[in-house]
Design a protein around this ligand. Structure first.
Ligand code: ADP
Length: 397
C-alpha cells in the first residue's frame, strides 16, 4: 500500500509518499508560504527537485497541488489518486486523551480540537490539513499519529509539575513531551540492532535537532522526557531557551516593557544557541564561528553539550542505569564534536566513545562506543515519516 504522510504547519506542509511494502519513498516535497503567495517543491525518487511558485491561499489548494504533482503525466509518482491507500497525519498534541495513533473520524477531530489550547500554534494547522485531505480524498482512510502519545506512559511523578494540584485537575497542566514518534522509532531500532526484546532495554534517546529533546525509554516505555507542556522546556535549543527560572519572564517583561506573550516569543524564537552566540541557530555556522575564535559561539556550543550531558545523567538515575545512548536528528546524526563532548562528561558511568569511529559518522546507523564501554553508544538516523507510514498501515492495512 502507498501511504501519503502529511506534516502540516501553520504556513507550510511537508509530504512524502511511501510504499509500505518496500518502505521506499516514491516522492516527497514541501509547500511553503501557504496563505502568503505559495511555493511547491516536488521530487520524484531518482529525479531532480522541481520548485514552482503556485498560489496557495489555503491548505486546501496546497494539498490539491500536491495531489496534482503526484499524479502528473510526466513526473508523477502515481497514476491516479486511487494508488494512495491511506493518509498518515502528524498531529502535534494529543493531550491525555490520545495515548496512541488512531483512525481519524469526526470524534477524533473533535478530540484534537479540544486539546488545541495546549498547542495553539500547531493543532489548528494539523486539523486544517486533515480537513483539506478529507475533502479532496473522502474515501481514503486517514490516521493521526501524535507527537505526545509515546510519552503517555510516563509515571505521575515524572509528568506532574510542582504547582497547585487544581491546575492539573482543571486545565491538565503537566509535562507531555514531544518528538514521540522519533523517540519510539529510534529506541525500537536500538533493540532490533542489539538483538534484544524491546521490553528489556534501557535507552536514552537524544533527539538533537533545531528542536531538541531527550527521552528515557525503559523496557519499551517512555518514563521521562525533557520537553514539557510545550516544546520550550528542557535542553537549550536552536532558538528556544530550554529550562530557565520562570521568574526571568516577569523580570524581562518589566525591564523591556513587554507582555508575557512577547517574552515567550523571545524564549521560543530568539534565545537558545542563537541568542547566546548572536551568530546562528545552525550548528554548522556555530562550529565555523568557534573555529575563527568567536567566544560566544564556543559558549553556546559548550552550553548545549553540557545540558545534554546533565539530562543523560539524570535519566540514567531515573532508570537506575542505562544500556544504550542513541543520538539522532540533524545535530545528533551529523555533529561528532557534540557527541564527543557530551560523552566526555559521562565517563563516571562507564561511557566511553570511540573517538576515531565517531569522527567519521554522519547520518548513518553506527555503533560509536569503544569496545570496553559499559554503555553502548549509537548514531541512529531518525525517520518520523516512515514511522508514521508504519503506524498508518498497522491501523488501516
Ligand atoms: P528540525 O527538524 O528540528 O528543524 P533538524 O533535525 O533538521 O531540525 O536539525 C537541524 C540542525 O542540524 C541544525 O543546527 C544543523 O546545523 C544541524 N545539521 C543538519 N545537517 C547537518 C550536517 N550535515 N552537518 C552538521 N550539522 C547538521
Amino acid at each position: 500500500m502507498n501511504v501519503l504522510v502529511i506534516n502540516c504547519g501553520s504556513s507550510s506542509l511537508k509530504y512524502q509518499v511511501i510504499d509500505s511494502v518496500s518502505e521506499q519513498v516514491l516522492a516527497k516535497g514541501l509547500c511553503e508560504r501557504i496563505g502568503i503567495d505559495g511555493r511547491l517543491t516536488y521530487q520524484k525518487a531518482g529525479l531532480e527537485k522541481e520548485i514552482t511558485d503556485k498560489a496557495m491561499p489555503t491548505h486546501k489548494e496546497a494539498i490539491s497541488l500536491v495531489l496534482s504533482a503526484l499524479t502528473n503525466d510526466k513526473t508523477g509518482a502515481l497514476k491516479n489518486l486511487s494508488e494512495i491507500g491511506a493518509v498518515g497525519h502528524r498531529i502535534v498534541h494529543g493531550g491525555e486523551r490520545f495515548t496512541k495513533s488512531c483512525v481519524i473520524d469526526d470524534e477524533v477531530i473533535k478530540g484534537v480540537e479540544e486539546v488545541s489550547d495546549l498547542a495553539p500554534l500547531h493543532n489548528p494547522a494539523n486539523i486544517i490539513g486533515i480537513n483539506a485531505c478529507r475533502e479532496l480524498m473522502p474515501n481514503t482512510p486517514m490516521v493521526g499519529v501524535f507527537d505526545t502519545a509515546f510519552h503517555q506512559t510516563m509515571p505521575e511523578k515524572a509528568y506532574m509539575y510542582g504547582l497547585p494540584y487544581s491546575y492539573y485537575e482543571n486545565y491538565k497542566v503537566r509535562k507531555y513531551g514531544f518528538h514521540g514518534t522519533s523517540h519510539s522509532y529510534v529506541s525500537k531500532r536500538v533493540a532490533e540492532i542489539e538483538g534484544k526484546p524491546y521490553e528489556q532495554v534501557k535507552t536514552i534517546v537524544c533527539h538533537l535537532g533545531n528542536g531538541a529533546s531527550i527521552c528515557a525509554v525503559k523496557n519499551g516505555k517512555s518514563v521521562d522526557t525533557s520537553m514539557g507542556l510545550s516544546p520550550l522546556e528542557g535542553l537549550i535549543m536552536g532558538t528556544r531557551s530550554g529550562d530557565i527560572d520562570p521568574s526571568v519572564i516577569e523580570f524581562i517583561a518589566k525591564k523591556e516593557n513587554l507582555d508575557i506573550s512577547e517574552v515567550l516569543n523571545i524564549l521560543n524564537k530568539k534565545s537558545g544557541v542563537e541568542g547566546i552566540s548572536g551568530v546562528s541557530s545552525d550548528f554548522r555556522d556555530l562550529i565555523a564561528a568557534e573555529g575563527k575564535g568567536n567566544r560566544r559561539a564556543a559558549l553556546a556550543l559548550s552550553m548545549f553539550s553540557y545540558s545534554v550531558a546533565k539530562y543523560i545523567g539524570s535519566y540514567a538515575a531515573a532508570m537506575n542505569g542505562v544500556d544504550v545512548i542513541a543520538f539522532t536528528a540533524g545535530i545528533g546524526e551529523n555533529t561528532p564534536s557534540v557527541r564527543e563532548e557530551v560523552c566526555g562528561y559521562l565517563g563516571f558511568m562507564g561511557v566511553d566513545i570511540d573517538e576515531k569511529v565517531n569522527v567519521h559518522v554522519h547520518g548513518e546507523e553506527k555503533l560509536i562506543s569503544a569496545e570496553n564501554s559499559k554503555v553502548k553508544i549509537y548514531v541512529i538516523p531518525t525517520n518520523e515519516e516512515l514511522a508514521i507510514a508504519r503506524e498508518t498501515v498497522a491501523l488501516v492495512g
